[in-house]
Design a protein around this ligand. Structure first.
Ligand code: NZQ
Ligand code: ZN
Length: 389
């Protein structure tokens, strides 16, 4: 087990009756608030009115940026950063899902940067200063409400890139499961696939890690597997929505990989290429890629982790031969994604061909950093992508 620093300072207000704390929390950071949101779901659900009411009650100055896209574009980030500079904003309030929160993180940093915000991703310019960020989460998926990262798309270059910095972690997040009651069945399924993927990306790591975090990951995965289908069938099931919401935050806030070092991910970079070229929903891409990646890397060398995954997560009979357990575990995961959650199982049905696979595989295999669970050559990535068709 590695040495580690525990520092996950996001203050969380969890539950149905917490929004009245919003004004007091925003006030801690100043007077001028930039409210950011997406394509309008918060207006349809009434959340916008409730948030604005709290801001008015607190006597704060309100500025707005709407229309942040799913798979948020760098143009939205630049627009937000410009507003922050123009109005000398004190705090950003992101109300929405991962896309709104991610974009807001880089607006917060862009407030102090005199250039194109794409530089944070494209050129990896240092991120040392950022405005404080408060979030009101409306969909359980990315964990952006409690983590340090964000993923931005540049449609001109067909790139979708992640970047993390401690200073981007939200200062305060309001997690009210009832705000996710209106999330569609499809987005609930995609978001749940994303949560599960974040945990699996960490679980399938080269580092042995410790029993405590390994067991926590099993609990988190079982939570998603149990409650995602319920939330799809019964959108207003509070138990299901709240378990998914808390799992989303803890799947990626740093706790489960605290003893595992940088822990580079595998399926996410492949999915980000698909989203960059085809603008597909992130969780759907992961649901298609992950089982193919698993089948590709399953070998005598990787077998034991798959066996643990099968026995502990899917409760497969431990008396079976090891390879049978591993293959059955992958089959269970496929059934979960494609039957229980009803997600599309292949890229062809999404109209995707192998046209850009070469460049996608080139980019993913050019990764340099900590070793992944299994090293992937360009040909490996190509094989995985072709298996997704
Ligand atoms: O834009 P609006 O109108 O709000 O509609 C959204 C959007 O169409 C809708 N929605 C959200 N809450 C709703 C709702 N509809 C009805 N009722 C509600 N309560 O859902 C759609 C998807 O929203 P989005 O924010 O895009 O979803 P998600 O939270 O899954 O975010 C996906 C983005 O986050 C990135 C993904 O790559 C993708 O760009 N990720 C961010 C990560 C992070 N920060 O750590 C990690 C992830 O791995 C991921 O890459
Ligand atoms: Zn993800």
């Amino acid at each position: 087990m590695r040495d580690f620093i525990y520092n996950i300072p996001t203050k969380v207000y969890f539950g149905k009756d917490q929004l009245h704390h919003l004004g007091e929390e925003l006030k801690r950071f100043g007077k001028r608030v930039l409210l950011t949101y997406g394509g309008g779901s918060i207006k349809r659900t009434g959340l916008y009115d409730r948030v604005v009411n709290e801001i008015n009650k607190a006597g704060l100055e309100l500025y707005e940026l709407s229309g942040i896209e799913p798979n948020p574009r760098v143009s939205s980030v630049n627009a937000g950063a410009a507003l922050c500079k123009e109005h000398d904003i004190d705090v950003i309030l992101a109300v929405g899902g991962g896309s709104v929160i991610d974009a807001s993180k880089f607006m917060a940093a862009g407030r102090f940067y005199d250039g194109d915000c794409w530089d944070f991703h494209g050129k990896k310019v240092p991120i040392e200063k950022a405005l404080p960020l408060v979030t009101v989460l409306t969909i359980s998926a990315t964990g952006s409400e409690m983590d340090t990262g964000g993923v931005i798309t540049n449609p001109e270059t067909h790139q979708k890139l992640g970047r993390a910095a401690d200073i981007l972690r939200p200062a305060v997040s309001f997690l009210d499961p009832t705000n996710t009651y209106t999330v569609s069945r499809y987005q609930t399924a995609c978001g749940s696939a994303d949560i599960l993927s974040h945990i699996m990306e960490t679980y399938f790591s080269r580092e042995k890690g410790m029993y405590l975090t390994d067991t926590a990951m099993v609990g988190l995965m079982k939570t998603v597997i149990k409650f995602a289908p319920i939330a799809c069938e019964e959108p207003e099931n509070y138990d299901a929505r709240s378990n998914l919401m808390w799992a989303s935050s803890w799947g990626i806030n740093g706790f489960i990989r605290i003893d595992k070092g940088p822990n580079p991910w595998i399926c996410h970079p492949i999915e980000h290429e698909l989203s960059a070229f085809y603008d597909i929903t992130h969780g759907l891409g992961l649901a298609i890629v992950t089982p193919r990646w698993m089948r590709h890397v399953l070998s005598e060398e990787t077998l034991d982790r798959f066996v643990e995954f099968g026995i502990e997560v899917w409760e497969i009979d431990y008396n079976l031969p090891k390879m049978e357990i591993a293959l059955e575990a992958i089959r269970c995961l496929e059934d979960f994604f494609y039957k229980d959650l009803g997600l599309t199982s292949n890229l062809t049905d999404l109209g995707i061909t192998d046209e850009y696979f070469d460049i996608m595989a080139e980019r993913v295999s050019n990764y340099s950093g900590e070793p992944r669970y299994t090293d992937l050559s360009k040909q490996d990535v190509l094989d995985i992508l072709n298996a997704c068709l």
